[in-house]
Design a binder for this molecule. Sequence first.
Ligand SMILES: [Ca+2]
Ligand SMILES: [Ca+2]
Length: 369
Amino acid sequence: MRFFFWCWSGEEQLYSGPDEDGRGSPFRVPRRGNYSNQCEDKPAQDCGCNTLHRHRAEEEEDEEGGENIQHPAHKYSERGNKEDILSKMVLLQGGWFLMGTDDPGIPQDGEGPQRRVWLNPFYIEEHEVTNLQFQLFTNITHHVTEAERFGDSFVFEGLLSEEVRSSLSHAVAAAPWWSPVKGADWRHPEGPDSSIVHRMDHPALHVSWADAQVYCEWAGRRLPSEAEWEFACRGGLQDRLYPWGNKLMPRGQHYANLFQGEFPSHNTAEDGFAQTSPVKKFPANAFGLYDMVGNVWEWTADWWSVHHTRDNAHNPKGPETGRDRVKKGGSYMCHKSYCYRYRCAARSQNTPDSSASNLGFRCAADSTP
Ligand SMILES: [Ca+2]
Ligand SMILES: [Ca+2]
């Protein structure tokens, strides 16, 4: 039995920092091994520190779980043609652009300073990887995600059934709308009694950075760097908040799947979706890319750092090492009052083995296969 601890300390997330779509990331779980509660030597009032025990499955059980997950009603055989599965990619010409902002919405996230960045041409998928695509990938590769191996993943409590909710032993204290749910994985986004059957064109959830890496490598692609992702998000516009400009709702229209209402208790779903939406439901940006902000957060290749200089950079790839990976774009859970991160310059982070019900990815490439 392994134990996991979460701590929240103002701007510093010591471990599983619940924050997300609140303030930070739903959880940042050290992968395995010796965990200690680093908050123990800090005053509780400074840390807001809570100790949660997540009972992970034993490794032996993980192995069995690996067998069990080969179950689903696979509609598609292993003969599926990879080229038919993969997303269309858009070629972006790169060049100089302004990355980050000098007017950060959340300064502690390292959104600034604004700096000039050069990118070589690259390709990026036009939408987030969907459940259908991820299912076909797993059918062919038999890949077992980290959430499946660990036996749980984080789910926004507002989406849970009464049955699952009543079975929960704890939530993340600093962000009680997040709960670790046993049996939550990409096939069961809200726990064992949920499924993706009617959501095959929605983004795949509960996919860790490592899982996303495996998918992109299998596809002959890679994760985008943070700079590439942000360039893609901006759609050729300079120093704008959103992929389409500075106004959140031009002509009163919703341009992204975000959270309307009172977070976290009352989601009016004014944009049509209280949860994820099918990809490509909202307008593309000028590059023809969909859901760059909103719908689900997207992993990037970079390690996380909040320290940037104004120096010009060529094809930056982020720090060489780190603990967390950068994610971009915000999600359907983002509300200005809690998670004003549905902007191109906004950013957040998770440990590479983290997974949640609002975190997905898309791939990029240097060239077409
Ligand atoms: Ca929404
Ligand atoms: Ca997105």
